[in-house]
Design a binder for this molecule. Structure first.
Ligand SMILES: *Cc1c(COP(=O)(O)O)cnc(C)c1O
Length: 362
């Protein structure tokens, strides 16, 4: 069997979830959209089910497959419904529903519902993607209340530059939120992973949040580009690993792989790893991207191909066919691989495919 696989450490997932709660003292939604950022939403939800305050997904399809797998806790639909006829299912399955646009509000006013909805009313405090503008917000709140179709409203907004800890944009968004919600007595949901990790010491009382929405940090990757004391407490959940399947010694001046993107500058011992972009390893990762071979640091050389990639074993005489290769995990951080490939850990996790997921720590 091909040795490429992604090991998923569910004990680490629980550790990271607890950290989100501990840092904020708030209730935490475990964001498991996009198949839990590639980690497997059902297994992750099962691992967190006994302690999580709730889950969040992108769409009702994701929420329904969690219910079908026996997940009974609250599930928030982060973009609410896409078509008004989803409302019946939302009520039937007790999903919580973001309302981010006037057309959704109108659909709720028109709907005939068997039970009242739990709504998370989204403010556009400056991200300018979805959400009501500040001047519409109080009116939207009152219309939801007056509709008679809503039993609880949570106030929420989302930050566009939370990972840039020195950027004043987050404080501007906080201020816009505080002003827009003035006088509304309701629970509040503000922070994503960078805010949970980066702001709790920084904005202790500025804006109380009842709910946080932790995504990336659950999976143990840092959302920051530079080291951070709380991000250092995260435990990586996914280890993407494979093995060396072939070995060759090349003299100086020999090209490796497609397009001869790497040419040996000295006699080089090259290992071929069963891992490629069809598994989700980023094709744009350049020579020099970190890997670990039997626990020893090494680097990618040459272009990543669909099913294989090549690594430098010149300094690792013990390594050979069958040596274990960590592409990312507890030793090689996914955020470092992402940075080398000019992307973000969110994307490299979501891109994972073909390599089977193997769980431990349930
Ligand atoms: C995806 C998402 C989150 C989680 O963000 P992370 O940075 O992964 O923690 C939080 N809130 C909303 C609205 C989202 O769409």
């Amino acid at each position: 069997m091909r040795p490429a696989r992604a090991l998923i450490d569910l004990a680490a997932l629980r550790h990271n979830y607890r950290l989100a709660r501990e840092l904020t003292g708030a209730q935490a939604l475990a964001v498991i959209k996009a198949d839990a950022y590639g980690h497997g939403a059902v297994r992750c939800a099962q691992a967190l089910q006994s302690e999580a305050d709730g889950f969040a997904v992108a769409a009702i399809e994701e929420a329904l497959s969690l219910r079908a797998a026996g997940i009974t806790g609250p599930i928030l639909l982060l973009e609410g419904f896409f078509e008004a006829d989803e409302l019946a299912l939302i009520v039937e399955h007790d999903f919580w529903c973001v309302v981010h646009a006037p057309w959704q509000l109108e659909a709720i006013e028109r709907a005939q519902l068997r039970k009242p909805l739990q709504v998370w009313l989204k403010l556009d405090s400056g991200m300018h993607r979805v959400g009501f503008f500040p001047e519409q917000y109080q009116d939207a709140y009152r219309r939801l209340q007056a509709s008679g179709k809503v039993e609880k409203i949570v106030l929420m907004t989302h930050f566009s530059r939370a990972d840039e800890l020195e950027n004043p944009r987050s404080e501007e968004q906080m201020a816009a939120f505080a002003q827009a919600r003035e006088g509304l007595h309701a629970e509040v949901s503000l922070y994503n992973s960078p805010a949970i990790l980066g702001w709790s010491p920084r904005f202790p009382a500025l804006q109380k949040t009842d709910w946080v929405r932790s995504g990336l940090m659950l999976y143990g990757a840092s959302p920051f580009e530079t080291p951070h004391e709380h991000a250092a407490r995260l435990q990586p959940v996914m280890t993407l690993e494979s093995k060396i399947i072939s070995l060759r010694e090349l003299p100086a001046g020999e090209p490796i792989g497609y397009g001869a993107r790497y040419v040996t500058d000295q006699p080089t011992r090259v290992g071929v790893v069963a891992m490629g972009y069809a598994d989700g390893y980023p094709r744009h990762a350049p020579s020099g991207t970190p890997v670990a071979i039997d626990g020893q640091p090494s680097r990618l050389i040459g272009r990543v191909s669909m099913d294989m990639l090549t690594v430098d074993l010149t300094h690792l005489p013990q390594a050979g066919v069958g040596s274990r290769v960590e592409l990312w995990g507890k030793q090689v951080l996914a955020s470092d691989v992402a940075a080398a490939a000019d992307t973000i850990p969110y994307q490299i996790f979501c891109n994972l495919r073909r390599a089977p997921l193997v769980y431990s720590g349930a």
